[in-house]
Write a protein that binds this ligand. Structure first.
Ligand code: FES
Length: 277
């Protein structure tokens, strides 16, 4: 076993505190903790709360980078606390603050309501013209592996909101839809099963829409799931321009249906990869 495994390092945590019931302004709390190799910022916060500061508040759930609830401003970068190892930060003093570009509810808890509202505004679901099939499905809409691959990375969004916290345009224009919602607008509009671009125009083709993005790329750097929202926004701009001059996806180009019997047969024939655990 290495020394780093057996010798914890003392780290000073400067944590932004704010209680709306008693504080007129945020302030910093300072705490020291012996940190083991592999300890995440989230685990450090749990230990600080258990041993030193029982009133410390933050939001988290899965502890494995899936739920997207533990976004924080760690050493001045938006990061997931459950995926950020303290010793990997390489500093003896670690600062932890709530995500910027959001209202602060308490301590490290941001108000993510604007993120959710913007996400909902772009209608983040498949809009099909085939209402008969939607209401009484006879099978599944077909999507080839190539069609799936063309939007694949944009489906990985966990709505953690780090991209909005990193975005310099959101910082100056709170009404800007932002990288998360715009990337999802592209993800659904580009899906071969979707015909909903025109239903989304009311939300996306505005002064506060994709043309406000000046391609800083900070959103893509911040994304913990490898999504490239800055790229999606450029693709969305191209989609809107092509649509405006009549070269967009034809409304009639709805996806073909794979009959239910064929879906069942394909599932039966599917060979899952061997178990690894
Ligand atoms: S706790 Fe779920 S992503 Fe960190």
């Amino acid at each position: 076993m290495s020394d780093r495994k057996t010798t914890p390092r003392e780290i000073t945590f400067q944590v932004r505190r704010f209680d709306p019931d008693s504080d007129v302004a945020p302030h910093w709390g300072e705490y020291k903790l012996h940190v083991h190799d592999g300890m995440t910022v989230l685990e450090a916060l749990h230990q600080l709360k258990a041993e030193q500061e029982p009133t410390l508040a933050w939001r988290s759930s899965c502890r494995m980078g899936v739920c997207g609830s533990c976004g924080m401003f760690i050493n001045d970068l938006p990061q997931l606390a459950c995926q950020t190892q303290v010793l990997h930060l390489g500093t003896d003093v670690v600062t932890v603050a709530p995500l910027p570009n959001y209202e602060n509810v308490k301590d490290l808890v941001p108000d993510l309501e604007p993120l959710i509202e913007k996400h909902a505004a772009v209608k983040p679901y498949i809009i099909s013209l085939d209402q008969i099939e939607i209401n009484a499905p006879t099978g599944e809409f077909l999507q080839t592996p190539e069609e799936r691959e063309s939007i694949s990375q944009f489906t990985h969004c966990i709505k953690c909101g780090l991209c909005l916290a990193a975005c310099p345009t959101v910082a100056t224009d709170p009404l800007f839809l932002g990288p998360q919602a715009l990337a999802q607008a592209y993800r659904y509009s580009a899906d071969n099963r979707d015909c909903g671009l025109h239903d989304r125009l009311e939300a996306i083709d505005l002064f506060h829409g994709p043309y406000q993005c000046h391609l800083a790329g900070a959103c893509s750097q911040a994304c913990p799931k490898g999504v490239d929202p800055a790229f999606a926004i450029q693709l969305l701009k191209r989609t809107l321009v092509l649509d405006s001059i009549g070269f967009g996806k034809k409304k009639s180009s709805v996806a073909k249906i794979m009959p239910l019997a064929d879906v069942v047969k394909a599932i039966e024939e599917f060979a899952p990869p061997p178990r690894t655990v």
